[in-house]
Each structure stands twice: as C-alpha cells, then as structure tokens.
Design a binder for this molecule. Structure first.
Ligand SMILES: CC(C)(COP(=O)(O)OP(=O)(O)OC[C@H]1O[C@@H](n2cnc3c(N)ncnc32)[C@H](O)[C@@H]1OP(=O)(O)O)[C@@H](O)C(=O)NCCC(=O)NCCS
Length: 189
C-alpha cells in the first residue's frame, strides 16, 4: 500500500515529522495541562522517542499520527491521526484515532478538523471498516472531539486501561466507535 505521508484540510497541513518539530513537541508534552489525562508529562528524551515510534508506525503501516502545521502561520501545533491499538483489549485489533495539541491552539476547532480529515483517510483511502477512540472517563475535551466527528459512545466497551495501575483515577476509559456506514451517514448530514 502507498504510504499516506500527507493530508490537507482547510487550515492545516498534516505532514511527516521534521527534526525541528521536537522543540515544540517536547514543550507541549512537558505541559502538565496538556498531559493531565496521561500518567505524566514527558521529558525531552521521551518526546523524541515518541516521535521515533510515530515514524516507525508510518514506515510499517503507511499511516500514523501526522504532525499538524497551520497554513496561516506555518506553526507546528501538535498531532492527530490513526494508530493501531497496541495493547490487549476486547475491541482489538483495531485502528484508533487520537490527538494532542499545544494549549495555545486549543478551542479553535483544529483538533476536530484534523480528526475529520484523518477519518476520511481511514475510510476513503485506507478502506477500514471501523475506527475506535478512547480516553480517560474525565477527559471531556477529547470526548467532544469524538462526538464532533460523528463517533458514538459504546458504554458496553468502556474498560480499565491495562497500562495503568488499579486504583489510578485515569484508569477507567470510555470507548467510542464509528464504522464506515455511520461515517457515510455523517457525510449525507
Ligand atoms: C482534546 C484536544 C485535542 C481538543 O482540542 P481543541 O482544539 O480544544 O478541540 P476543538 O477546538 O476541535 O474542539 C472540539 C470540541 O471540544 C470542546 N472542548 C474543548 N475543550 C473542552 C473542555 N476542556 N471541556 C469540554 N469541552 C471542550 C470544544 O468546545 C468543541 O466543542 P463544540 O464542537 O461543541 O464546539 C485538546 O484539548 C488536547 O490536546 N488535550 C490534551 C491531549 C489529550 O487529552 N488528548 C486526547 C487523549 S485520548
């Protein structure tokens, strides 16, 4: 399959990672508010390793978490994209959609715009049958993005994240899904 290296939306270029994205990416991954629903903020080294894993995912599967660049300013603002679920879960194997943006770019609709573009890629280019998303039960901003792109909560699929310790308040996760037919219905409005 031809790798999907770049996508475009009205206000964003969704592109491959460049070495000089690390500075901004490390800054956003070190921001406790951005990382509030993750176990901990990341060090610069951990952010660099994460970019390495994202590049590896693109190399192996031809899709991944694209780096987001604003067309108006050229600024790198974070990442959104598709990745294979890499832990044991009732809903796996599955392709997940996810996002993480720098705080000063929140609330401008960029996450939803990039997520919508990723979803179109999943169904129209990659030919997937379903995309899932999940987040900590309390991460309402992320759930709003899921809802904005037409995903539906699947309460029967809610789960305890196996990579978090029992008792950790972040451990209970909600599961959202969208299949090809639901996506086509959102296109018809
Ligand atoms: C989740 C995240 C990407 C959303 O980014 P964003 O730029 O605010 O998203 P959008 O502007 O596209 O907004 C999408 C919706 O979420 C709503 N929203 C944004 N922040 C919110 C919050 N803190 N609480 C509730 N709703 C919120 C917006 O109002 C909008 O709703 P609307 O469509 O009804 O207007 C951003 O908050 C983020 O990077 N968070 C940290 C990383 C993270 O938690 N990622 C998900 C891990 S699973």
């Amino acid at each position: 399959m031809t790798p999907i290296l770049e996508l475009e939306s009205a206000r964003l270029v969704m592109r491959q990672w460049q070495d000089d994205d690390l500075k901004e990416f490390a800054a956003l991954c070190a921001d406790p508010q951005v990382m509030r629903y993750f176990p901990a903020p990341l060090s610069r080294l951990e952010s660099a390793a994460l970019i390495g894993r994202i590049r590896g995912h693109f190399a192996e599967y031809g899709y991944g978490l694209w780096a987001l660049e604003r067309k108006d300013t050229g600024a790198f603002i974070g990442m959104t994209g598709l990745l294979n679920v890499n832990f044991d879960a009732d809903f796996a194997p599955a392709v997940e959609i996810g996002w993480r943006l720098a705080r000063r770019h929140w609330g401008l609709g960029f996450a939803s715009e990039a997520a919508w573009t990723s979803l179109r890629c999943a169904f129209a280019q990659l030919g997937l049958q379903e995309v899932v998303s999940f987040t900590s039960r309390d991460n309402l901003a992320s759930q709003k993005v899921m809802q904005a792109i037409g995903m539906r909560a699947d309460p029967a699929g809610d789960f305890e994240h196996p990579r978090l310790a029992p008792g950790d308040p972040l451990r209970p996760h909600v599961l959202y899904r969208i299949d090809r037919a639901q996506w086509q219905a959102t296109l018809r409005g």
